[in-house]
Design a protein around this ligand. Structure first.
Ligand SMILES: NC(=O)C1=CN([C@@H]2O[C@H](COP(=O)(O)OP(=O)(O)OC[C@H]3O[C@@H](n4cnc5c(N)ncnc54)[C@H](O)[C@@H]3O)[C@@H](O)[C@H]2O)C=CC1
Ligand SMILES: NCC(=O)COP(=O)(O)O
Length: 346
């Protein structure tokens, strides 16, 4: 693949959700599309329906015919897709879009995949039992080390919030037993590699959240910190002498400094935050940056980014879906691809 601009595969996500809308809105932004080449992966009929429905209520909307489209041939259920309510048909379609994007990317056709959101329940209805797109990407790429990282740049201070989730789509009750020193070491290794390779941060400052209120208050409010998290943190500074690893920081106060860095001044903020479970990391991310955070899968042999939001079935067809996070996902994929191409050539 030799191109002057990164070539991005953009999957439509669940065709009954807001994916097609935020994609057409994002692609109307020429400052984005001039920096990359785009191939959409999905069904032309879905894009045309979205365009027809929204063109009178949404001023900034790209015409689907202006972009390359890799049409998915699997279309026997297409007439059963109802905008605003996903089902087996929309789950089967969104799965096929991503599968195709991965196969083509592994074959060297694209530098990066940008995915619109899917609904996990509809994948399940279609017989695809994955917690999310992340796990399908990892499985098809043949890797076991991967992580879900959220990245957002503050419009106020230009500071970048980076939050890695140690565990993702599992019930809260399974978090304490899923978290192990081995799992945390794997996620930390990935984070350190990613900070160096993609962000040029060689001596990172990383903060680790506690699991329990007040990080357990010396075992009174939970014992995981006392039992092993505190020791694990000490061991990592031996493994990585260049690393500043702070924690376990009580999970409520952990987010005070990133909040200050986001709105006011980046003094004393960390380069990245390791949250121990989904909502511990994503509530602050979405509070600060719902309109611009990007979900990226680290550890893959290719780039994958996605907006931070879901399918938003409740607002489909109203023309009110905000495309900023999709724009940020396209922008970030382009930046990462350029950075990696630069790393290869230097
Ligand atoms: N990357 C992905 O594929 C993701 C998929 N999901 C999936 O999405 C489905 C719905 O999940 P929810 O928890 O309801 O989250 P959601 O993000 O779809 O919606 C939450 C609320 O935010 C609003 N919203 C979301 N995106 C918006 C946008 N771009 N502009 C304006 N308003 C927006 C929605 O209308 C809704 O009120 C689930 O099946 C979930 O699995 C959720 C998050 C990420
Ligand atoms: N909450 C994040 C999310 O649902 C993203 O999942 P994935 O589909 O990117 O694995």
């Amino acid at each position: 693949m030799s191109r002057s601009k990164p070539h991005l595969a953009v999957t439509l996500g669940d065709p009954a959700g807001i994916g097609p809308e935020v994609i057409l809105k994002a692609l109307a932004d020429k400052s984005l599309t001039s920096k990359c080449e785009i191939t959409l992966i999905g069904h032309r009929q879905i894009l045309q329906q979205t365009y027809k429905k929204l063109k009178s209520i949404s001023s900034d909307l790209a015409h689907p015919d202006d972009f390359n489209l890799l049409e998915i041939e699997q279309n026997e259920h297409l007439d059963k897709i109802t905008p605003g309510s996903g089902n087996l048909a929309s789950g089967a379609a969104s799965f096929a879009y991503l599968e195709t994007a991965i196969t083509q990317t592994l074959a060297g056709k694209f530098h990066a995949i940008v995915t619109a959101p899917i609904a996990k329940t509809h994948w399940k209805a279609a017989g695809h039992h994955y917690p999310g797109q992340t796990e399908l990407l990892a499985e098809k790429a043949g890797i076991k080390r991967f992580g879900m990282l959220f990245v957002a740049k503050s419009p106020q201070t230009n500071w970048t919030l980076r939050t890695l989730l140690a565990t993702t789509h599992i019930p809260l009750s399974e978090v304490p037993t899923t978290l192990t020193p081995e799992l945390l070491s794997l996620k930390l290794d990935l984070l350190i590699e990613c900070l160096a390779e993609d962000f040029g941060i060689k001596n990172p400052k990383i903060a680790v959240a506690g699991l329990n209120p007040h990080s357990g208050e010396n075992g009174q409010l939970g014992t995981e910190e006392k039992d092993w998290i505190i020791d694990w943190i000490k061991q990592q500074t031996v493994r990585y002498p260049q690393l500043q690893l702070d924690g376990p920081i009580p999970p409520d106060t952990l987010w005070v400094k990133p909040g200050q860095a986001w709105y006011n001044s980046a003094k004393n903020a960390h380069d990245a935050y390791l949250a121990l479970y989904h909502d511990q990391g994503l509530i602050p991310v979405k509070l600060m940056a719902f309109d611009r955070a990007v979900n990226t899968t680290i550890g893959l042999p290719f780039i994958r980014t996605s907006p931070d939001h879901g399918t938003a079935f409740d607002i489909v067809g109203k023309g009110i879906a905000d495309a900023s996070s999709m724009k940020a996902a396209l922008q970030f994929a382009t930046e990462l691809a350029n950075q990696r191409l630069k790393n290869i050539s230097s």
